[in-house]
Design a protein around this ligand. Structure first.
Ligand code: PLP
Length: 399
């Protein structure tokens, strides 16, 4: 039986606060790419192999029946490994019991943090170009996204611009470093400016560092919470999706001072109960990988970045060479399409390569000259995409 007879709307409407949220262009391009059998350099899926030890440890945990709930804040052994890594890699001293919350991906950490620490109507300042989830999850939490646009090619953050963007309602600022989509890595002077403004205006700083291991040209990763005394007012978020190529496992974590972490753990419990138990034990094994694993990953991505940027330049685009993460934004103004969507559609339909229109990362028309390409793919896939991009003739496809 479908539906019921009688008066009233055919279906119950979705919540009003979702009305501005369209399906993201990233998902749309992925679906189109699948339909056309194209190479998908759109979505940041990361389909490189998962390290064997991580997969084996997860399988062993399932075989051993480690299938119950864990504490909402995560398996203690994993929290200890995270705390050890945070000290070694991020320069953050955190207590495994109290300051670490294991979550369903960095997304789960962000969602839990904004719901746990902010109230409906609070302003949250997001730097543009942005990762769409930072905006949309804030909207679903009833927050008011506020924006600060950073200009290419350097995407430099100045204290002056930050001060001008903070409004009386602003309660938090999001720092994504390395950033999706720009690859921008914030330097010490920029983070010190964030710290000064955050202290002065009593702001929470939420940093998304999911690409912390994917950085180029020996640029060091700097965790905002280690700069300018930010720790007491910060939430440091990261995830294992990218580090271990396990985007579908849904594992990440938040680090925060105890009162904040307690609130995040509470919401994490209400939303998810806990992150997947056997997979927590899989990533626990990943934390023991030698540093060579991370160095090789970086070098591999850097090679892919350089190859792809060369190809984009030969195809008449101007790539904005990223400092970190695994995306390239490329300016396609020279191609002469009216919108980024038109350019992305032409490249997909006539070139067999999916990208994401830059408009997905901006509110207005600012991104209309940009496409984003993801290079978290096997070399053979990247090379085939490069061959197709080099062969693509945008002007021949203009109608
Ligand atoms: N944060 C940023 C900046 C991302 O780019 C992504 C994925 O593309 C995520 C978070 C999602 O991370 P997770 O898979 O851990 O939820």
């Amino acid at each position: 039986m479908s539906g019921t007879a009688g008066a009233g709307p055919a279906t119950f409407p979705a919540a009003r606060r979702l009305s501005g949220l369209a399906q993201s262009d990233i998902r749309r391009m992925s679906r189109e790419s699948d339909r056309l059998g194209a190479i998908n350099l759109g979505q940041g899926i990361c389909d490189l192999p998962t390290p064997g030890v991580v997969a084996e440890a997860a399988k062993a945990a399932i075989d051993a029946g480690e299938s119950t709930y864990t504490y909402p804040e995560g398996h203690l052994a994993l929290r200890r490994a995270i705390a050890e890594k945070a000290a070694r890699y991020n320069g953050l001293t955190v207590a495994p019991e109290g300051e670490v919350v294991v979550t369903a991906g960095a997304t789960g950490a962000y969602t839990a943090a904004v719901n746990a620490l902010l109230d409906p109507g609070d302003g949250i300042l997001i730097m543009e170009p942005y990762y769409g989830y930072h905006v949309n999850a804030a909207v679903v939490a009833g927050l008011e996204p506020q924006f600060l646009t950073l200009a290419p090619p350097e995407f430099t953050l100045t204290e002056e611009a930050l001060r001008a963007a903070v409004r009386p309602t602003t309660r938090a600022v999001v720092v994504c470093t390395p950033s999706n989509p720009s690859g921008k890595m914030f330097g010490r002077a920029e983070l010190e400016a964030v710290a000064r403004v955050a202290h002065e205006r009593d702001l929470l700083v939420i940093s998304d560092e999911i690409y912390e291991y994917i950085r180029y040209d020996d640029r060091p990763h700097l965790s905002p919470a280690t700069v300018g005394g930010l720790w007491p007012r910060s939430v440091t978020i990261t995830g294992l999706s990218k580090t271990f190529s396990i985007t579908g496992w849904r594992l990440g974590y938040a680090l925060a001072p105890e009162p904040l972490a307690r609130a995040i753990a509470l919401v994490n419990d209400l939303y998810y109960v806990c992150a997947p138990h056997p997979l927590q034990l899989g990533v626990l094994a990943g934390f023991a990988l030698p540093s060579a694993y991370f160095t090789e990953m970086r070098e591999d991505y850097q090679r892919k970045r350089d190859r792809l940027c060369d190809a984009l330049a030969t195809a008449g685009m101007s790539p904005l060479v990223p400092q970190g993460a695994y995306y390239v934004l490329a300016d396609v103004s020279e191609w002469g399409f009216g919108t980024a969507r038109d350019a992305a559609t032409a490249l997909l339909e006539h070139g067999g390569v999916a990208s994401v229109p830059g408009s997905a990362f901006y509110r207005g028309a600012t991104g209309e000259n940009l496409l984003r390409f993801c290079f978290a793919k096997e070399d053979t896939v990247v090379e085939e995409a490069i061959r197709r991009i080099r062969r693509f003739r945008p002007r021949g496809n203009l109608v």
